[in-house]
Design a binder for this molecule. Structure first.
Ligand SMILES: [Zn+2]
Ligand SMILES: [Zn+2]
Length: 133
């Protein structure tokens, strides 16, 4: 397997691309993970803020562990993490239900606009009038 050079996505350092982050960051990440997992074992009722304060692991990093499935938020009653878009605390997925709704609405609107283009906008008006009568 040919190794390639790349920039670490965490620290930006040039490194031999064996994983998506450099060795130094990988070591640090594994330490952070062990610290977080240890703390949660002792204090399963802690919030992400308490966990971050106690371990000095950043909330963003803990969130990554949760999203990667390494820390299961469902196992800890108070462990929630910020939505990707608006920062609302959530317990599953990357976005809160509100942001997901907004996304779905947008997707639907785009779909409708595209359909209108296909069928011509007059037909929709006809249907509307018929129903009204
Ligand atoms: Zn790095
Ligand atoms: Zn949100």
């Amino acid at each position: 397997m040919a190794a390639r050079l790349g920039n670490c996505r965490k620290c930006g350092k040039l490194y031999l691309r064996l994983r998506d982050i450099c060795d130094e960051c990988y070591q640090k990440q594994e330490e952070d993970y062990l610290k977080s997992a240890d703390y949660l074992r002792d204090y399963p009722g802690s919030t992400i803020q308490e966990l971050s304060d106690a371990t000095s692991v950043s909330i963003a990093q803990i969130r990554e562990f949760i999203l990667a499935g390494r820390i299961i938020a469902g196992h800890f009653p108070n462990l929630s993490y910020p939505c990707n878009s608006c920062g609302t605390m959530i317990r599953s997925g990357r976005k809160c239900s509100k942001c997901l709704d907004t996304l779905n609405q947008l997707a639907k609107q785009i779909e409708i606009t595209e359909k209108d283009k296909d069928s011509g906008s007059n037909r929709k008006n006809d249907v509307y009038i018929t129903r009204k009568l």
